[in-house]
Ligand binder design. Structure first.
Ligand code: NDP
Ligand code: GDR
Length: 378
């Protein structure tokens, strides 16, 4: 039985990867941070009573900013594969916490690699590093491939560039099987609520049910190459199954604006939105609806009022330096890894919107029962 260790197991990718590896027959160990609440919602369906024998999933307390626990856990677990997914992963928040981000996302990667080396596991343990399309930053060329130069535009991206190069360096210096997956944005129904896609799909569902009146966003013109996290964790696994350690771009090869993602999300709910105005004054207004679609989804027609502004720009969501355009070239991963994503963008939007509609209907029931529903704007 192969043994895997996942850092960041409580995050979006950690949860999907744990599920995938367990299905493949792995014993999975995960590192979770101590927090004042359980914070294991995304992996609760995989949880097993630790008193049972032959556990498929075991959790360990730890933190990427503390090498003592990383060394101890890696020594105990003796993993065949480590997936280093833990990170302060929010680009905007990294401008507020740049030093912590450098420590966790940059030096954290070094701590993992060095633990493997110090413990004499360089020949046994393969390491996957969660690198990112944010490394490309200020556009140098499109589409972006494994050979496109980097130009990071945030403390997050600068920290991740250290993670990228230290992974390459440990591979070259010590012959480790250490690889970067340069993953473009990937989303899902369990995406964190403050990333733009999930913020949009949650708000669209709430607005359709009359639980929220307006969605406030930042840069609507940013273009992203979005895929489904379920497909992207398959690629992580494939990268570590190759004969030789190499770095791979994982992307859909299609780019879309935030504005179009908004339109697609409302459209999935049977609501048509049109944008007008410029920059900070741009807004999205309901221009019509598909009555049959609303009925199929159990949305009350009376709550969808054409002429209502449902999207506004709030400059507080602008970033000091922005990444305007990401568009990946997945040729290498498709030909060399045989990676075949199952979801395109419309299928991703559908999955997220319908899941959020379902969740928000629970809020609708609570509100009907007299409970206050909080709209948390972040
Ligand atoms: P999430 O933000 O959903 O999850 C991040 C995980 O890291 C959480 O489990 C979090 O724990 C954990 N974590 C954060 N800081 C620490 C720390 N100091 N020590 C230990 N654990 C920590 O991110 P995703 O799942 O979306 O992304 C996974 C990885 O892939 C990240 O490294 C991200 O930067 C990178 N990436 C993501 C892309 C995407 O589009 N999703 C694209 C390219 C790269 P907790 O639950 O306690 O907060
Ligand atoms: P990103 O994802 O920064 O690409 O990083 P995010 O969804 O936060 O932003 C995407 C684009 O949307 C614009 N935007 C907004 N973003 C947020 N969060 N909130 C808003 O209200 C909003 N309005 C517009 C942003 O300016 C940006 O251009 C994600 C993370 O998962 C990283 O960890 C990962 O490395 C990269 O994807 C690839």
């Amino acid at each position: 039985m192969k043994v895997a260790l996942i850092t960041g197991i409580t995050g979006q990718d950690g949860a999907y990867l744990a599920e995938l590896l367990i299905k493949k027959g792995y014993k999975v160990h995960g590192i979770k941070r101590r927090s004042s609440l359980f914070n294991t919602d995304r992996i609760d369906h995989l949880y097993q009573d630790p008193h049972e024998k032959n556990l498929k999933l075991e959790l360990h307390y730890g933190d990427l900013t503390d090498s003592t626990n990383l060394i101890r856990i890696i020594q105990e677990v003796q993993p065949d594969e480590i997936y280093n997914l833990a990170a302060m992963s929010h680009v905007k928040v990294s401008f507020d916490t740049p030093e912590y981000t450098a420590n966790a996302d940059g030096i954290g990667t070094l701590r993992i690699l060095e633990a493997v080396r110090l413990l004499g596991l360089t020949k046994k343990t393969r390491v996957y590093q969660a690198s990112t399309s944010e490394l490309y930053g200020l556009v140098q060329a499109v589409p972006q491939s494994e050979t496109t130069p980097f130009y990071p535009r945030s403390p997050y991206a600068v920290a991740k560039i250290y993670g990228y190069w230290i992974t390459v360096n440990y591979r070259e210096a010590y012959g480790m099987f250490a690889c970067n997956g340069i993953l473009f944005n990937h989303e899902s129904p369990i995406r964190g609520e403050t990333f733009v896609t999930r913020k949009i799909t949650r708000a669209a569902a709430k607005i359709a049910l009359g639980l929220q009146s307006c969605l406030y966003l930042g840069n609507l013109s940013a273009q992203r190459d979005w895929g489904h996290a379920k497909d992207y964790v398959e690629a992580m696994w494939l990268i570590l199954q190759q004969d030789k350690p190499e770095d791979f771009v994982i992307a859909s090869g299609i780019t879309t604006t935030v504005r179009d993602f908004v339109k697609m999300s409302f459209n999935e709910l049977g609501i048509d939105i049109e944008f007008s105005g410029k920059d900070e004054n741009e807004k999205g207004v309901i221009i019509g609806f598909d009555e049959n679609r609303l009925m199929d989804l159990g949305i009350e027609k009376s709550k969808i009022l054409p002429g209502t502004t449902v999207v506004k720009v709030d400059p507080k969501y602008f970033r000091p330096t922005e990444v305007d355009l990401l568009l990946g070239d997945p040729t290498k991963s498709k030909t060399q890894l045989g990676w075949k994503p199952k979801y395109d963008l419309p299928a991703l939007v559908k999955d997220m919107v319908l899941s959020d509609l379902d969740l928000m209907k629970k809020d609708e029931h609570l509100q009907a029962g007299g409970y206050k529903i909080l709209n948390y704007f972040e």
